[in-house]
Design a protein around this ligand. Structure first.
Ligand code: BDP
Length: 583
């Protein structure tokens, strides 16, 4: 579904707010027909994670029931109507006025359910059951059977097999969406540069049987290019050639406005507006090229994580995070370890950040138990992610997974399957996955960019930055010799407890984190095949409880969880030439 918009033909209403809520630890809601309405025991804020809002729900991952009532807004009648969830973790089932509309598995991607035939003008009852249990046949998997060969421990409580808190709930807005019956169902934009001309290719999809006219209009920077095409049913293509195109890039995030109108007898029946950044992204030999020029990313791995709201990032925090990244001089980030909210990507387009967009496939293991289902879920999320984010100029790379345990024989074929799927859906962006195995990661033979995570000086060479910094270039050079592709150091870093100091620096002190970052950076500067590096992490973030996570926190943030700088932030600002300019 095209991201909901308000214009003369399309409307949406945000249903976010205070909803009724009830925990269902005995899982009796389904058999007791709570789908038709249930006696609530509390109110909850939508969107947000339930784990942070109440004293008794921190570790609760079982079923939680939500309900709200709403009237059909003026002007929605007669339109095609949908309920669109930005995301709900992990499994959501939705009923409207007692009728099941559908369900969705997977925590970080939107889903839309057709609602029109079940909506009344007044007092509609929307009930949602969300359940976030951890299980080996889910993605990301949890409660993974222990195997020392996998090189990770299982001591987290709750039993996540990933290093962030398994927040549950309705995490992004719930929208009631109205679109016209004769509508544009999908828009796909891709851009090329030919000399000074920006070539903007637009594909639209229409579902009705008649042939109408589609009007494509691209405007910006004092220019306007228009194309008229016969439209539908099915796909319609247009090519818009923008002379003297202003290209999109960090620092100069030029955006044009595309308006697509569907016309019947010269009268518009639908309209979709989208920003367009004219840019190319390509891999050539060992280089990653943006608009034909080599780039070297500098930025962060991150999390959607904040006190009280959990996995929902309030708008003010989204702005603050961009401000902090600009302040230190970052130009990029990875949506580790799952797709981020669409609003975050909208801002990346506008503020000129480069994004590695990652699927929720973190902590993948390859024991036979549940493997076929995990592959199916990875295919689903890859497809949903590309469909959702394909038009963002900021997105330059798809990451198919983070740190899969892919040295196992059963992993053979798994990532080829996903890569073929991704390439079929988007031929314009390179593919990667983020590996801890590095040299032995067979998937790098057919992926375009090599991304590795390295924790020398932390999980090995503990407390010894001399050893770490002598191992780092040897390791990266060996990986590079094997694959001869652009290499991104997607994670490196050290935990630093805010306010903990040590001279000479030692682990967990602000000084040790700052020195590690500075010394890694100097090593990387000498390696010409390095196409970028991301520090782990922008901010401290919540994890499940474990002996190596004091206070159930990962302290590798360069900023604290409430966004205050540690020593490393100041060091980075100097290293990256922190840029206070705002867009
Ligand atoms: C990396 C993981 C990341 C962890 C990090 C750490 O990709 O999710 O948070 O280690 O341990 O291996 O800090």
């Amino acid at each position: 579904m095209i991201y909901p918009q308000n214009n003369p033909f399309r409307q949406f209403q945000d249903l976010s707010g205070f909803w009724d809520f009830r925990l269902d630890p005995a899982d009796k809601g389904l058999s007791q027909d709570w789908a038709r309405g249930f006696p609530p025991d509390r109110l909850i804020a939508v969107p947000s994670s339930w784990n942070e809002q109440f004293q008794d729900t921190r570790d609760y991952l079982g079923a939680g029931w939500y309900q709200t009532r709403f009237d059909l807004p003026w002007g929605f009648k007669g339109k095609d109507l949908f309920l669109r969830f930005g995301s709900a973790n992990y499994l959501a089932q939705v009923w409207l006025n007692g009728v099941k509309l559908g369900e969705h598995e997977g925590g970080h991607l939107p889903f839309s359910l057709e609602a029109g035939s079940h909506l009344k003008p007044k007092d509609n009852l929307l009930v949602v059951r969300v359940e976030g249990l951890l299980a080996p046949d889910r993605v990301p998997p949890g409660k993974v059977p222990a195997d020392p060969k996998d090189g990770f421990n299982h001591s987290f409580n709750p039993p996540a097999s990933f290093d962030f808190f398994p927040y549950c709930g309705i995490h992004r807005p719930v929208l009631l969406v109205a679109t016209p019956h004769e509508s544009i169902q999908d828009v796909t934009i891709s851009t090329e540069i030919a000399g000074k001309t920006g070539r903007v290719k637009v594909d639209i999809l229409t579902g009705f049987s008649d042939s109408l006219t589609a009007r494509f209009c691209l405007t910006g920077y004092g220019r306007k290019v228009v194309a008229l095409e016969k439209a539908g049913p099915g796909k319609t293509k247009a090519l818009l050639q923008m002379p003297d195109a202003k290209l999109w890039a960090p620092g100069t995030p030029h955006l044009y406005q595309l308006k697509v109108e569907l016309m019947r007898n010269n009268e518009a029946v639908d309209q979709v507006d989208l920003p367009v950044g004219i840019r190319t992204i390509a891999v050539k030999g060992e280089r990653l090229l943006l608009n034909g020029k080599p780039i070297r990313l500098r930025g962060f791995g991150r999390h959607e994580d904040f006190p009280v709201t959990g996995r929902h990032l309030p708008a003010a925090v989204v702005v603050k995070d961009y401000e902090l990244m600009k302040w230190v001089g970052a130009d990029s980030f990875r949506t580790s370890h799952y797709p981020y909210a669409e609003e975050i990507l909208d801002l990346a387009d506008r503020m000129g950040f480069l994004v590695i967009a990652e699927t929720p496939a973190v902590g993948l293991f390859f024991h036979p138990e549940g493997l076929a289902k995990r592959l199916e879920l990875c295919r689903q999320s890859t497809q949903e992610l590309i469909q959702r984010d394909k038009n963002h100029p900021s997105v330059i790379l798809w990451s198919l997974a983070n740190e899969p345990h892919s040295h196992r024989p059963a992993a053979k074929g798994f990532f080829k399957n996903l890569a073929d799927l991704a390439r079929g859906l988007d031929k314009t962006r390179p593919l990667t996955l983020v590996s801890y195995i590095g040299l032995k990661e067979e998937a790098f033979r057919f992926l375009d960019v090599v991304c590795v995570n390295r924790y020398f000086g932390w999980y090995s060479e503990e407390g010894d930055l001399d050893k770490a910094c002598s191992k780092l270039p040897k390791d990266l050079e060996a990986i590079h010799r094997r694959f001869r592709k652009p290499l991104i150091l997607a994670e490196f870093g050290a935990d630093a407890l805010p306010g903990h100091h040590a001279e000479p620096p030692e682990m967990f002190s602000e000084e040790y984190q700052a020195e590690m970052i500075e010394r890694y950076w100097r090593v990387l500067a000498r390696l010409s095949f390095v196409a970028g590096a991301h520090i782990w992490n922008l901010c401290d973030f919540k994890t499940a409880q474990a002996p190596h996570r004091p206070g159930a926190m990962n302290w590798k943030g360069v900023f604290t969880r409430d966004r205050r700088p540690k020593l490393a932030a100041k060091v980075l600002k100097k290293l990256w030439g922190g840029n206070p300019s705002r867009t």
